[in-house]
Structures are given as structure tokens and as C-alpha cells.
Design a binder for this molecule. Structure first.
Ligand code: SF4
Ligand code: SF4
Length: 149
């Protein structure tokens, strides 16, 4: 590495392989996600869970299409709800648990070709905190766009 990485872009570039959009049960949606996605696709949020979700325990997860991928995945366009995709999709791979368990980073890299391995733990923790802060801010902006006071 030429110089120390300082942002998420230095240690992660999505390769658009779509592997993280495969399989049932992976993508939890929060009530806030449901509001954002419903607004984006002009759908009634009260009916969103019934139409687009399945239950995993007590939580809602996005349902899969016939191809076994997320119902919002398209092989040409990839994520069709990209600007409003669920928090966990937006956060990947800078998930908050890495702050306590940075050792999971290399394991995550085994299933995501966009992740650079072997990032020093202290640096990784700093980047995850930074990316989380940026994401939380962007989600608040989306809230305001949808519900301006
Ligand atoms: S598995 Fe990683 S590289 Fe592939 S689409 Fe998902 S985030 Fe991008
Ligand atoms: S919402 Fe988008 S990024 Fe998330 S799993 Fe579905 S297609 Fe993939």
C-alpha cells in the first residue's frame, strides 16, 4: 500500500458481482427503510411488508425473486432501489460490529471481492466510525427530503 488508507473508498470498491444480494434472510429492513423505499417506488408503506418482505424470526427481511436474489435485484441494473436501499445494504462492509470485532474483516472479505484484506485494526476501526457517521447523516437527510417540516 502506497500510503495509509483514510476513508472507506481506500479499502473497499464494490465489484458489482451481486453476491451479497443472493439468498433468503440476509437483508433486514427497518421501519425507516420501509418508509424510504415505499416513497421511492410510490408504494403504500402499510402494505410494503406484505408485498416485499418475509419474516425471519420477529423481523422483516426482503423477499427473494425467482432467481433466488433479492426482490429488488435486477441483473442489468443490479440494485433497483440503490438510493434508498436498506440501512444494512448501505452500511456494508462498514458494519458497526467491526468496531468491537475488527478481526471479522478478513472473513467478510472471503465473501465480498470488493474488500481489501489485512487492514490494521486501529485504522479499520477509525474508518468504520467515519463511514458510519457519514451514512447516518445521509439517512437523516433522506428523512428530511421525505418529510420536510
Ligand atoms: S459481494 Fe461485495 S463486491 Fe459483490 S456486489 Fe456485494 S458488496 Fe459489491
Ligand atoms: S436492496 Fe439492493 S443491495 Fe440490498 S440486497 Fe436488495 S438488491 Fe441487493
Amino acid at each position: 500500500m502506497d500510503s495509509d488508507p483514510v476513508t472507506g473508498e481506500d479499502i473497499f470498491t464494490c465489484r458489482q458481482c451481486g453476491d451479497c444480494c443472493k439468498g433468503f434472510g440476509g437483508t433486514y429492513v427497518t421501519a425507516r427503510d420501509i418508509i424510504h423505499i415505499s416513497e421511492y417506488i410510490s408504494f403504500n408503506p402499510d402494505q410494503f411488508a406484505m408485498r416485499y418482505c418475509e419474516k425471519s424470526g420477529s423481523r422483516h427481511v426482503l423477499a427473494c425473486g425467482k432467481d433466488g436474489r433479492c426482490i429488488f435485484f435486477d441483473k442489468e441494473k443490479q440494485c433497483t432501489i440503490h438510493p434508498v436501499k436498506p440501512y444494512m445494504c448501505k452500511a456494508w462492509p462498514f458494519i458497526a460490529t467491526l468496531i468491537r470485532h475488527p478481526e471479522n474483516w478478513n472473513t467478510m472479505a472471503n465473501s465480498c471481492p470488493g474488500i481489501k484484506k489485512d487492514i490494521p485494526e486501529k485504522l479499520l476501526e477509525k474508518i468504520v466510525r467515519l463511514e458510519k457517521k457519514k451514512l447516518d447523516l445521509s439517512i437523516k437527510k433522506l428523512d428530511i427530503q421525505i418529510n420536510p417540516l
